[in-house]
Structure formats: C-alpha cells, structure tokens
Design a protein around this ligand. Sequence first.
Ligand code: SF4
Length: 741
Amino acid sequence: MTSKLTRRDFLSRSAAIGALGAAGGAAPIGHAAGGPPGWRGLTRVERVATNCEMCFWRCGVLAEVAHGKVLKLEGNPDHPLTKGRLCARGNAGTQLLYDPDRLKQPLLRTGARGEGQFKPISWDRALDFFAARLTELKGKYGPESVALFPHGVASTFFSTLMKAFGTPNAAEPAFAQCRGPREVGYALTFGSELGSPEPVDLEESKLIVLIGTHIGENVFTSQVTAFAEALAHGTKLIVVDPRFSTAASKADWWLPIRPGTDIALLLAWMNVLLAEGIYDKEYIAQYGLGLSELEAHVREFTPEWAEPITELPATQIRATARAMGEAKPAVALHPGRHTTWYGDDTQRARAMAILTALLGSWGRKGGIFLPTAIKTGKFPLPPFPESKRGRADGAGTTYPLASEEQGVTNGLVEATRAAKPYPIKGWVVYGQNVLESIPQREKTLEAIKQLDLLVVVDLLPVEQTRYADLVLPEATYLERYDVPAIVGSAHKPFIAIRQPVVEPLYDTKPGWWIAKQMAGRLGLEDYFPWDGPDQHLAQLVGPAGVDLDELKVRGAVAFEGRPYVENRLPDDGPLFPTQSGKIELFSPALKQLGFDPLPRYKPVTDPPLGYFRLIYGRAPVHSFARSENNALLSSLMPENEAWINRDAARDLSLSEGQEVVLENQDGRKSLPVRVRVTAGIRKDCLYMVHGFGQQSPSLHRAYQRGASDAQLTSRVAVDPLMGGTGMRVNFVRVVQNGEGV
Ligand code: SF4
C-alpha cells in the first residue's frame, strides 16, 4: 500500500536543515552606519538605521531625523545586500509617513458595508470590541470560524495571536497569488524552496535567462544593480516575454513567446541539451535522479515540435539552448516571483528547476545560491491548540502541496462564501488588500457579505476598509519595530533590523502592540512572553552572536556565507533534502500523488476573436496597489496605460493616448485608460501595470486613476497541486459606446 504523501513530508527534511549548519559569529561590517548625529545648518540631525517596506525587499535605510521629523531617507551603505541603494519608492517613503490620507484613529463602522461611514473610537474601546466579537464567534461557531489574511514580516505577531486563539485558517497572497508554484516546483526538485530575496547569482553569471520576469520594471535594488553590473561586464541575456520589456531591450535574444506555451519551450531546451550532450553530465551523474526517464520524456519535444506551439523559430530555440550549454554552470535561470499564470504553474516551475539542474547551476557560481543557516533564538511558547475540524482552505487536502503556513487565500474565500466545510464568520486582515490581491473580487465581496466580523488593520483607507466593522490604523514601517530580516540566501547572509525612526503619528499603533494587547484581552498572554521590542529582538538574534547595540546603530550585521556546493560543511545538512537525497528530475513524489512526474505541455485557450489576452506587470515607481496614493510616486506615474500592438491598434483605429474602456470576457468593464501604441508587444496581448484604478474615494490621489487589471480578472485557472490562481486566462476587448471595437 502506498502511503499518502503530504507537502510537509516533502519539505520536512528541508525544514530540518534550517536548524543545522548555523553561520559563525557576527562579523561587524563597514563603519557605523547610523553614526553620530550631525548638523545641517543650525539643525541637529540624527541618522537612524532601519529597513524599507515600500516593497518586500527590505533594503537598508538611513533616516535623517530632526525634531522628530524625517527629513530624508537614503540607502544604508553598511547593508550587505543593498549597499546604500534605495529605489524611487524607497526614497519616497516619507510620503507614506506624511500622507494626509492616512488612517489616523480606530474607526467603528456606522453605515452599511461599503459605504465608508465610520465613527472614531479609542484604542481601548476598539480592542475591547475586537476581543468581545472574537470571543462571541468562538463560542457560537468555534475558533476556526475566524480566518486571518496576513501578509509580510510584521504579520508574524498576528499569526501567533490567531494560532493561539485556535484557528488554523490563515492565508496570504504571497503563496496562492505569487510565489507558491515556484516554491513547490523547486522544493519537489531540489528539496529546498527559494525564499525571498531570490537567491540568484546574477553578478557571477555568464548568461541570464528571464522567463516573464521583467527586471528593470520590477525593481528591487540589489537585484537590478546586480543585473545591470552583470550586463556591463559582458553577461549574455535571454528574455522570454510576449512584451518587449525593459530587460528585453538589453537582451541578446528576445523570444516573444506565444503566451501559455513556456513549458513547450522549456521541454525543447531540455531536448537540445540532452540530445547534443551539452548538459552538465558530471553534476547530473553525481546528484541527479531520473535522467533516463527525462531523456525518454523529452526525446519527441524537439525545437521543431515547439516552433508552431510557441511561435518561436526552431533555430532560435536551438541557438539559445546551445548558449546555455556553453555558459553552464554559470547560468542564472531566474525562477521568477509572480508565478501564478495558467494553472499549470507548479509544473512550469518544475520544468525550470529541471533545466537549472541540467545546467548544473543549483549551488554553483553564477547560478542559484545555497542558503547558509543563521542560528536564531525562539521564545518557548505553550503549544497551539489543535483544531479538530482542520483547515477550511484545502491546503494539504484538496491542494496536497499547498503551504500550511501560508495557506490558500482563494480557498478561504470559497469556504467563507459556501460556509463549507464549516461557517467562517470572522476575517482579520493585516498587511494585505483582499480586494486587490485575491482575484475574482466579486467572490471576495460575496464572502464578505457572509461575515459577522471584518477587522482590517491598515495604513491607508483602501477600498477594503470601507467594508470593515472595525478599522485599526497601523503605524508605518518608519514608526514601528518589526521582526528583523534574517536572510541566509545571499553571498553574505545577514540580519537587518526594522526599528522606529520617529514616534507613531496620530493615534496609530505598531502591529506588534495591537497583537500583544489583543492577546492580553483574550487571555493569551503566554504566547507573547516579552515586554517589548528590545526583549523580543534580543531573544531572536542573541544566539547568532549579534551585539544588539551595534545592530541598532548599523542596521545590519553580516556573516560568512557558504553559497556554493564546494563551500558546504558537513553540518550544513544534506545538499538536496528531497526524499531521495538527490535532485529529482523525475519526481516519485508527484507520481505517488497521481500527478505528472515530469512536466508536460498542455495547450491553453487562445483569446476569442476581437479579444486580447490580458497580461499585467509592474512599474519601477510603484509597488502593487500600495503606492499609487504616494505624492512623489504619483507625480512620477499618476496612472497606467493599456499597451496595444501598433498593427492591432491600426486595425481598431486606436491612436496613442486615446482613452478607452476595456471589457473582459465576462462583461466586466474597466475605468477609462489611455492607449499606448507600441511595436513592443505581441498582437494577441494587452498589457497593463497592476495597482491602478483604485475604488476608494478616501485615497485622494489614487482614486479612479487608470484601470485595474484586478477588476478584469474574473476567471482563474487553479493549480491542482497547490491551489494557486493562474490569472493570465482573462481576455479583454476595447469598447466604445458600449460596443466592442
Ligand atoms: S526595492 Fe525599493 S521599495 Fe523595495 S525595499 Fe528596496 S528601496 Fe524599498
């Protein structure tokens, strides 16, 4: 009898090595970044080190503070990863802090959901209300009837609170709407997830391969710098993208692939590497499992087979495969970040991981780093209550390889709508915007209608706050302490601190304080056995040998890393913590679960006549739907545009800058958006930057500026392995006077 394998089984060995192979003591780096206070004219200026949260990359920041006000943010030169650089968003952090639209005090809903009618209340009353309603729901429906929608590092405190409360239901979009397929696909193959920041050795690579990753438009300072430096010293670049992205403009090979056919291209690349014997034979012989099955599987998937599928010339597919074979193992095949596209995304990630293995790039210079564990401490907590009813989101059951830590957001929305497997009556939302990050917003709104309690902890009055019963205004990252960044996957692993540079403005409070106060009201104080940030931080970083005072002044401390196979020490644990201890080219685990053990191309539906496939991405000056109200960033990019191919635009008589409305296959319409006519996109696609078209009138700069791709994403293709929502399955047409053009 075959035993049922769970995600936990697959990943357990990788979790185990996290505790092993800790790095040595902290090695102080550089000069004291925070340094002594200086003077600007007659003003005494303090410099306080922290890290940025204008996106999730957590670059090192030095804040110049005078008289309790932040004058300026700049990069912390002592931060080992980001080395003094901030992007435009990082520099604009002051405009989040001083945004006049910020939530300023706790708010209790007085009107109907969605109307945005509230009255201000004190924190005491707000937290008493919150605790009383949670207790009521627990008594009536059980603790599982409350679900948490967290996001980001700061959500740790709320996760602890809700686990202690007794609910297993928590889900964040970072998994099911973003990195999940990639983490599962790579963990199945190599035994380890990739994590964040992505451990890609761009600096040392001879060839970079980007598949749908638009570095330069998605800007993370250290990544974009390493990318630019690599290209400057002669690294070659292959970009696979239906759009002529910024990265494509720097490429040696731009492959404008037919959307949805990436697995066919990846199989054809493997075919060439294996047929021509230009893969890393020694590496695969030593570490690989299932080469003969892989060879037999890809034999028929020649470049000529892939040409009509991908609409890429076979000669180009062969030439790019040979370029990889030549540059191996120093090929940085970027695993991507937002990887939920077509519903077969874990299998696409598997194909990318297998290709990485054939090139011998995992754990090799110029490929993918191996993580170096950093020894950190923990507070001994009482065990969390076990739920008898289990999770409601399908993680570990409907979706066998979904992360039980990060959950399946869409699974929780569905469970709430359908009241199955049991009623969910309370949502606590922290650090995410459920109407923007989870697709099919109509379903999310229907689920919200089922709730007896919706509590939103946020910084700005975004649309979801209008549906909340209680809104709790959080202090921004410049006003609060958070769990520090502990990053092992880097040339130089490091710990970096987030600490307040000024006192919280208005009547806002840090997330840790809110969670701890709630724990006190719910009788769960034992799960928060620390007085405040200092004690919390000391317990976490003490075992790493970090001097707290030094960390607070410098912002970061670095360690020696062991990123490559040849540097590993015996106590670093197994190199490939899969079930077999090898790189699983052929996946016995997938076979056992009844899924394809080797990736297979499955055709996707093409756009109907008159429609484009909707694709979306990022702009260097905005982060998701979080920054469009920022005064500086909005002045740089106030709205998005609809990229349409120039031939398609000519056929539709559309001109540059013309304002149009988009309508999707289900009749959902966008706000008006300007057309950008360009040769830099395929004729069958329409591209928009994500995050615009916001619907909260309380956001005075962002309200109804540009169009929202999220509002046009009424369909998804769900990945059966991990529950992720493929979102590139929506089609749009241009409408004028109510008719398709
Ligand atoms: S990439 Fe930019 S926004 Fe993101 S953390 Fe770094 S400075 Fe901040």
